[in-house]
Write a protein that binds this ligand. Sequence first.
Ligand SMILES: [Zn+2]
Ligand SMILES: [Zn+2]
Length: 98
Amino acid sequence: MNVVDFSKAKEERKPHISGALYCMGCNHEWTAVWTPGTTEFECPECKSMKGRGKYEVAPAPGSQVWTCMSCDNQLFNLLGDRVHCPNCGNSWGYEELT
Ligand SMILES: [Zn+2]
Ligand SMILES: [Zn+2]
């Protein structure tokens, strides 16, 4: 009988992203591959769970990327009815960002 480990197979099919991480504890920087949604990482240097993404995970080439019309920032806080630019403080309606 051939037993298939479904949870393991599912784990391997998950999308993975790579990017730069840094450690809030010791400032060590490294790159890693992880599944989207992970926000805490173990620092390979000091072994604490203080590793955080540097927000340099690039979207796939060809993706539509929103850019703030005031400051060209591309990282936003998403609110219920609009997006807030944490760089310049302006907020925009979703329909304004094209
Ligand atoms: Zn560290
Ligand atoms: Zn802005």
